[in-house]
Design a protein around this ligand. Structure first.
Ligand code: FE2
Length: 299
């Protein structure tokens, strides 16, 4: 069999773009929230690893507040960077959920309104708006996009919780079966399907989350277990997510799970140039191997 050209994927996440350039990111309990995300995003897209990629996947929180002008900033920047035809996007909680509070008697109406917000933004760039979506950009690669958001949340306290839903999981199972012969299956969602408990986090050298904070950011146990079981039974190569703004690369029951850092958030440091990180996945040969790298760009 002829050797095929490597297929390069870049994984970005949690851009938190704002309608105006100088606006600050919504961050609870932070004295001086981050700003400048729009400009950073444009500069990251201009870097060599992104420009040379065959595909860009964004795992949610494209916008900070889910408003259409911020989605416009996103698509304008993507277009300017020449990436509009090679990008897949799934929404995050900041793109859909309520960041304030609302009355408790209209949950269904809120759910519909929440997803509509993301649909409007996704449609601007010709993206899929039904979840899970499936797309096969290369003979060796298939991407399943999952909506993991807690639509219809009533307060800011539950805006970051995850939810997959029974019917989305059933549909995902059937799509995974349909594409069973594609060697590299990637599932992309916003929420982490596996937030470690305190002891495991410490062992991995990452900041531990309290039980309360885990509950506030997690997909319910039976749903995340079902997702991981699907990954095992269908030999999913990569389960990729964002949401926690943390670079994480781990294996859980044989499934490789990769959490992207927030692309527009610099690494700690001073000076005029700042470093930013994102993952890249290179599919090699016929799809037998996928090389995963955490890339650092200084801009
Ligand atoms: Fe985020």
């Amino acid at each position: 069999m002829a050797v095929r050209k490597p297929y390069r994927i870049v994984h970005l996440s949690d851009l938190h773009l704002t309608r105006t350039a100088g606006a600050r990111r919504t961050e609870l309990g932070v004295f001086s929230p981050l700003k400048g995300m729009n400009e950073t995003f444009a500069r990251v897209l201009a870097t060599k690893p992104v420009q040379q990629s065959d595909l860009v996947i964004v795992t949610g929180d494209v916008t900070d507040r889910g408003d259409l002008p911020s989605w416009n900033v996103f698509w304008k920047t993507v277009k300017k960077a020449g990436l509009q035809k090679r990008i897949f996007v799934v929404p995050g909680n900041h793109d859909v959920c309520c960041l304030g509070a609302r009355l408790p008697f209209k949950r269904e109406g809120y759910r519909a309104a929440d997803i509509q917000k993301a649909i409007k933004g996704l449609k601007l760039g010709g993206q899929a708006t039904r979840f899970p979506f499936v797309a096969q950009p290369d003979r060796r690669v298939v991407v399943f996009g999952v909506n993991s958001n807690n639509l219809g949340n009533l307060t800011i306290l539950s805006n970051a919780m995850g939810k997959l839903g029974y019917y989305q999981l059933v549909s995902l199972a059937s799509k995974l079966h349909k594409y069973r012969d594609v060697p590299v299956k990637i599932i992309a969602l916003h929420h982490s399907p596996n937030i470690p408990q305190v002891a495991t986090a410490k062992k991995r050298g990452q900041p531990p989350m309290s039980a309360l904070s885990r509950k506030g950011h997690q997909i319910p146990q039976e749903q995340r277990q079902a997702l991981r079981l699907l990954c095992i039974t269908h030999r999913v190569r990569l389960l990729i997510h964002g949401h926690l703004h943390l670079a994480e690369d781990r294996r859980v029951s044989g499934v490789r799970i990769i959490g992207a850092p927030a692309t527009t958030e610099p690494l700690p440091g001073k000076g005029s140039k700042r470093a930013y990180q994102f993952y890249s996945y290179t599919v090699q040969g016929q799809g037998g191997r996928v090389r995963c790298e955490l890339k650092t760009v200084t801009i």
